[in-house]
Write a protein that binds this ligand. Structure first.
Ligand code: ADP
Length: 433
């Protein structure tokens, strides 16, 4: 017990004893004690009423001036109240500052509740997405923005990279979304960025590459045609034979670059996922094996381990292009006495196609950049072998359209393995016969 509490009890008892003594002297002890107790109750009631009144009106009244235990209680209550007021003021000031800052933010910000309902948004988000204060509060964001890539992103709780969404009805703009989740109270902050100019610039670059490649194709076909005729002409001067052959080789390279650029543009232009045609991968791979074995630069061994006859759901031309590029590379970068092998298998994680070789391999530092356009480990060697530097970029794009991943493992001087992992949704097992 605290000191004031002790003092209070001692005072009470002291008063009681004094009343008893005075009553005894006066010959009416019961009366004196009763009068004393009535006085004590009245005093405490009066203090309680003052204290309750101050608690009720504490924002406008000064704390009552009391002594003893009551004074101590008032003092403590007042200290608690002042501390709470200080924190409340600070939180409010911070909130006001935060609001001012989010209002001035160049990005849009939308606060979402546990069921993705709109709780708050800043003026930028309102302006870009046409949100209306009060009217749109409480409405689920995926009911307002219905583009499938956006809905999938927010329903999955913002897993993976935020989507870029085209909004034709909102001024033909592009927006990038990012969901920030805090574990506390299931609140999510949706950040919106206007990426219209980036998207337009990218579109222009894509169109330019596609148009330039398309325009180059016809003159190149004419040049190659004449070079072929010239090379076969018996009247051609002997000193011109080698230069003409070199011109043929170079124009063939130009042709393969232009074709690859066109294919890449086509893949980039095809938005969304590849179609779901059922493709007999085992059949396709064994056909490709036969083709390779009939080539003059064929490897000493080409094994095919086709462990599944399941079908893959995809676009035939794109799957063909993926495997063709990987097999061509394996053959190109493997000496004639080496071995190339393909393996196709399925398991619970999906369908997998691996192309392995015992060729020159790739230094580890280069592996992460191999799928960039025109990236070559040894550009001299790639050019000599007729490479465009675009093959793996095509593979990556085509795989992405199938929801698939490319895994590259390699050891310099020993060989490489390129594995395509297709998700289970793309695998269709044939009924048992
Ligand atoms: P390229 O037309 O030059 O072959 P790619 O995009 O197909 O272009 O491949 C990029 C680079 O990756 C190649 O230049 C080569 O250095 C390396 N590469 C690809 N496949 C293999 C492989 N099987 N073995 C060794 N290096 C490879």
């Amino acid at each position: 017990m605290s000191r004031p509490a002790w003092q209070f009890i001692v005072g009470l008892l002291g008063g009681l004893l004094a009343a008893l003594a005075a009553g005894w002297i006066a010959g009416r002890p019961a009366l004196f004690v009763a009068a004393y107790l009535a006085l004590v109750v009245a005093l405490q009631a009066w203090n309680l009423i003052r204290f309750e009144r101050w608690l009720r009106l504490r924002s406008i009244l000064k704390p009552p001036n009391m002594r003893g235990l009551w004074g101590e209680t008032v003092e403590r209550a007042n200290r608690l109240y002042q501390r709470k007021r200080f924190h409340k003021r600070r939180a409010l000031a911070l909130l006001r500052e935060l609001r001012r800052m989010t209002s001035a933010m160049p990005d849009g910000a939308i606060l979402l509740g546990p069921t993705r309902e709109i709780l708050w948004f800043n003026p930028t988000a309102a302006q870009w997405l046409g949100l209306r204060r009060k009217l749109d509060y409480g409405i689920r964001i995926d009911n307002l923005i219905r583009q499938p890539e956006f809905v999938e992103y927010v329903v999955n709780g913002g897993k993976g990279p935020g989507p870029r969404v085209h909004m034709p009805n909102l001024g033909d703009r592009w927006f990038a979304f990012n969901l920030v989740t805090t574990s506390a109270r299931d609140l999510q902050l949706l950040i919106v960025r206007d990426v219209t100019s980036e998207a337009r610039l990218e579109g222009m670059r894509r169109d330019f590459v596609a148009n330039a490649s398309h325009e180059l194709r016809s003159p190149l076909t004419v040049v190659r045609g004449y070079l072929d005729t010239l090379a076969e002409d018996p009247a051609l001067d002997e000193t011109w034979r080698e230069p003409v052959r070199e011109m043929q080789r170079q124009s063939d390279r130009m042709h393969s670059i232009v074709s690859d650029l066109l294919e890449l543009s086509r893949l980039e232009a095809g938005r969304g996922e590849a179609e779901l045609e059922p493709i007999d991968v085992a059949g396709l791979l064994s056909l490709m094996r036969k083709e390779v074995l009939s080539r003059p630069d064929r490897p000493a061994r080409f094994d095919a381990h086709l462990e599944s006859n399941a079908l893959l759901l995809g676009a035939e031309s794109e799957l063909h292009s993926i495997f063709q590029n990987l097999i061509t590379n394996a053959v190109k970068y493997t000496p004639p006495e080496g071995t190339v092998s393909v393996r196709y298998w399925t398991d619970a994680r999906g369908g997998h196609v691996a192309v392995s070789d015992t060729g020159i391999g790739i230094p580890a530092a280069h592996i992460p950049r191999l799928t960039e356009r025109f990236y070559r480990v040894d550009s001299g060697r790639s050019r000599k072998l007729g490479g465009s530097g675009l093959g793996l970029a095509i593979v990556k794009h085509a795989l992405q359209r199938h929801g698939a991943q490319l895994e590259i493992t390699s050891e310099e001087g020993k060989g490489s393995t390129f594995t395509c992992h297709f998700p289970p949704a793309r695998v269709q097992h044939r009924p048992a016969q």
